[in-house]
Design a protein around this ligand. Sequence first.
Ligand SMILES: Cc1cc2nc3c(=O)[nH]c(=O)nc-3n(C[C@H](O)[C@H](O)[C@H](O)COP(=O)(O)OP(=O)(O)OC[C@H]3O[C@@H](n4cnc5c(N)ncnc54)[C@H](O)[C@@H]3O)c2cc1C
Length: 667
Amino acid sequence: MAVLDSKVPKGPLAEKWSKHKNDIRLVNPANKRNIDVIVVGTGLAGASASATLAELGYNVKTFCYQDSPRRAHSIAAQGGVNAAKNYQGDGDSVYRLFYDTIKGGDYRSREANVHRLAEVSTNIIDQCVAQGVPFAREYGGLLDNRSFGGVQVSRTFYAKGQTGQQLLLGAYSAMNRQIQRGKIKSYTRHEMMDLVLVDGKARGIIARNLVTGEIERHGAHAVVLATGGYGNVFFLSTYCMGANVMAAWRAHRRGALFANPCFTQIHPTCIPVSGDHQSKLTLMSESLRNDGRIWVPKKLEDAQAIREGKLKPTQIAEEDRDYYLERRYPAFGNLVPRDVASRAAKERCDAGYGVNKTGEAVYLDFDSAIMRYGREKANTMGLKDADDKTVRELGEKIVEAKYGNLFQMYEKIVDENPYKTPMKIYPAVHYAMGGLWVDYNLMTTIPGCYAAGEANFSDHGANRLGASALMQGLADGYFVLPYTIGDYLAEDIQTGAIDTNSAAFDEAEKAVKEKLERLMKGSGQHSVDYYHKKLGKIMWNKCGMSRNAKELQEAIEEIAALRKDFYENVRVTGSADSKNQELEKAGRVADFLELGELFALDALNRNESCGGHFREEYQTEDGEALRDDESFRYVAAWEYKGEPKDAVLHKEELEYENIELKTRSYK
Ligand SMILES: Cc1cc2nc3c(=O)[nH]c(=O)nc-3n(C[C@H](O)[C@H](O)[C@H](O)COP(=O)(O)OP(=O)(O)OC[C@H]3O[C@@H](n4cnc5c(N)ncnc54)[C@H](O)[C@@H]3O)c2cc1C
């Protein structure tokens, strides 16, 4: 059994990271030149890690399945990145960011990691500004901030609704500098298919060249997996279509424990599902909740009339609207955390107040904000008696400046003008808090195999607060891993290049080829998508926004049966030794079919509700999540044992020495 030693340094919380950096071993610059590191994934976590490791002097090889690092899923991030800069002077501090993140995650994350995250958050902004990331600025030239859910300060730095894109361009430029120097060798359109262990240490990967179909061996002294999250196990999600769990799952099969798979975030503000033909959902950034008010009609008959197209939302009088978040959570209002907002939307829709044809949508309304901003602007222009039309026009311009690209995206998809009529939104799968278990150094349970960004089980506990994924991925890549990996690599300064002509590489390559052949051998009855959609439906219906023991048990059995059927009957056209996108998809869905089962098992094991994991059996009288700190204050880390249902549970007990465990309240 793998031993779960979190390696959290001793000493006062606020000094742990500094002390650790002083205590761990270093690799001197001349020796770094003799050490190779593989970084799989070049999204924000991987690009920042590889650029920094190469700058330090290591020889880095990067891998991604897209045709360019610039196309990683990170590019989709809209709303912003948190940092405890307190530029607003509104009471923010490292401690508050730490506290908000622990509370936001419903007390299921590691104190020391979260404190470190809050500490380095400020460095991230400086680093990115130095790279030229065009964060939004206030009139006077200072960086601007906005608020995100679950907090009462403004600490989110943003670049309109394209923060991920701008941050990725910064990290990608830093990577490119190293590519040009010859310190990074970039392998695009390459998919990692297996991790290679030599004498129990991660020493390389087997990758498939997605253009030629060739299977390649790559050796290194350490392997970093920065391969993103697994939310596409639900088929429909806000992730990019290619996002998958393959790299993390294959490492899991080789011995890396997989932590908290059932902790997945459902985001409250996405464009609702429109039908069975859909393969992708679109996020409407949380930043919109700064100004948008969420409501449904107060009267069931109004909701019904809206669904039937007989009434428009703009015809519902103010007193007949239920701003249910403001009503239930007056202290945080529309800015409650995502899990709370998602469940509240579901509750209203389940009660019959949904406002689209399927009854699964609520309104996000900007009318009040437009009029408020418009009046402010009219006042500053000296137009004290401006009429409503003028005020509205002025207000719309301000809202456009803040969220214009999001409004445009909404209008393109839904064909309704959100300046004139409220947006319709509904929760959708958005982020995976679970992932590969890592210690304080970001090392998995396989020596030399690290995980960064969304691929690790992260610092977000059972729920991720908005704008904290970018913070974590960039903290891991720019500021944590480059230090901690040296401690491990210090042992390898005399190892020499890793020989890929070894029995371990032979075995791993053979296993990969056999797996590909197996996928090609299905009877051909159903497409890969057919299975992915079926899996997604099981996941959404039985492991989604609310879960119960009976349905989770059913999900475990249904997924196992679906997996069997998949291998027997899947249709993969083309051949394994050439470009074959259907085969790529099949490999990813095969892994989702295992992860999905472990996900359900993990949710079944956790007999409590916390954050995004809501077990119907465990709730307060008014429908809030009911934690059981006595029995479940642990990270559930699963060891692979063949079939997912046979996985063995390891626990990392979470100590709260610096923060009081409280019932989480946003009222
Ligand atoms: C629509 C949307 C908006 C978001 N907005 C925000 C926001 O405003 N603020 C915030 O903090 N967070 C936001 N998030 C979350 C955040 O964007 C992600 O969590 C984060 O970008 C993940 O970064 P990453 O580097 O860990 O992974 P990714 O960006 O997903 O990168 C994964 C990389 O791994 C590679 N890869 C994967 N598997 C393999 C394999 N087997 N072989 C080779 N390469 C592989 C991919 O090619 C890619 O390069 C948003 C998410 C979504 C979906």
